[in-house]
Write a protein that binds this ligand. Structure first.
Ligand SMILES: [Mg+2]
Length: 373
């Protein structure tokens, strides 16, 4: 490696990224629902024998794959390669796959809302901060693998490391039911051993041009200078150079926008003291504000939730003229809403909560100076 390495950006190695991928997803769903398919070479596609030879394979189970059959191939290939008594075609049922996919995504969202779906059966998660707190990336991966199996009866594989493309290579590495963790100090070694066809986006054509140059592995790519790769393959060479050196700065782009951010707590025994109630509201307002700032959000609506000792629950909301994330404003609004419900205090307060909705991304230009005070 030489000076042209400076052409590459610096990698942040402190993110924790997981790539999760269901194993032979559509085929596994069909085998789960019809166990007699389990010892067949199952291909999810229109049967080309009934469709004038047409049909494309969406998924093949692992038995079918042993015959060299895989997704995106013409279905007629399966007919040619797999013995008739072994081969079964099942028409894809996307409605069913979508429902299972939703279950899987709900499990991912138990860990983080920074989930980027790639397809029905595959997603990236940024778990640097996560809802389970002090879990390591492998514990989070294990959690999802176990919960997905428990709730759907299906297996998945995951890769955990510090960026997206490497996480994907890691999840591919030990399929099915695989778990692969790549530490930053292991990345170059892992990549060196990979065949070039495992690098993202390296199709047949690129593979051939690379092999003609004697580049067959990640190690070969690492030994070529960045300048050389750019010279040969332009933009594409740049990304090969980055990937072979374990660099990928792209963020995980989350799919679900959070609808509300709030804090609440139940009290046992109930609170009858106004000052104590207000002190708690103040505390929740501070916490909510902190989360809004962290997520670069502002809220246009403040919501108060109160429950009395008789389990009467009310929510009161107030729309603001201008979105805010300032803890003092959040508290003022929550306090006013609370003071308008004196009867709750008389009966004793069992639960108190402050939340914010109608969230919007804070644009830096609009940030009020007082927000940071
Ligand atoms: Mg998959």
């Amino acid at each position: 490696m030489n000076n042209s390495e400076n052409l590459l950006p610096k990698q942040d190695i402190h993110r924790r990224i997981i790539h999760l991928d269901m194993d032979a997803f559509y085929a596994s769903v069909e085998m789960r629902d019809n166990p007699s398919l389990k010892n067949k070479a199952l291909v999810i596609a229109h049967d080309p024998r009934k469709h004038n030879g047409h049909g494309v394979i969406t998924t093949a189970n692992y038995i079918a794959r042993r015959y060299g059959v895989g997704s995106a191939m013409p279905a007629i290939k399966a007919v040619k390669k797999i013995p008739q008594d072994k081969l079964v075609f099942v028409e894809p049922n996307f409605q069913k796959y979508r429902a299972v996919s939703k279950q899987v995504h709900d499990i991912m969202h138990e860990i983080t809302d920074i989930v980027e779906p790639i397809s029905l059966d595959e997603a990236y998660l940024d778990v640097t901060k996560n809802k389970l707190g002090s879990y390591t990336a492998i514990e989070l991966g294990n959690y999802m693998q176990a919960e997905i199996y428990k709730r759907t009866g299906l297996t998945c594989s995951f890769g955990a490391t510090y960026n997206k493309f490497l996480a994907k290579m890691a999840s591919e590495y030990a399929k099915p039911f695989g778990k692969t963790v790549i530490l930053p100090e292991e990345a170059l070694d892992f990549l060196a051993k990979q065949d070039i066809k495992n690098f993202p986006g390296v199709g047949k054509k690129t593979q051939n041009s690379l092999r003609e140059l004697g580049i067959n592995t990640g190690k070969d790519l690492q030994e070529k200078s960045v300048e050389f790769l750019i010279g040969k393959f332009k933009k594409w060479g740049y990304s090969l150079a980055m990937h072979s050196r374990g660099i990928d700065l792209s963020p995980v782009k989350s799919d679900r926008v959070r609808k509300s951010i709030g804090k609440e707590r139940t009290f046992e025994p109930s609170i009858f003291n106004q000052q104590k109630a207000l002190t708690n509201l103040r505390k929740y307002s501070d916490e909510v504000s902190k989360i809004l700032i962290e997520k670069n959000l502002s809220a246009k609506c403040i919501v108060l939730k109160v429950r009395d000792s008789n389990f009467n629950t009310v929510t009161r909301r107030r729309m603001l003229k201008q979105a805010t994330r300032n803890e003092k404003i959040i508290f003022q609004e929550a306090r006013d809403l609370f003071l308008a419900l004196p009867e709750f205090l008389d009966r004793g307060i069992r639960l108190l909560g402050v939340s914010t909705t109608n969230l919007e991304q804070t644009h830096y230009a609009e940030v009020n100076l007082f927000d940071t005070l």
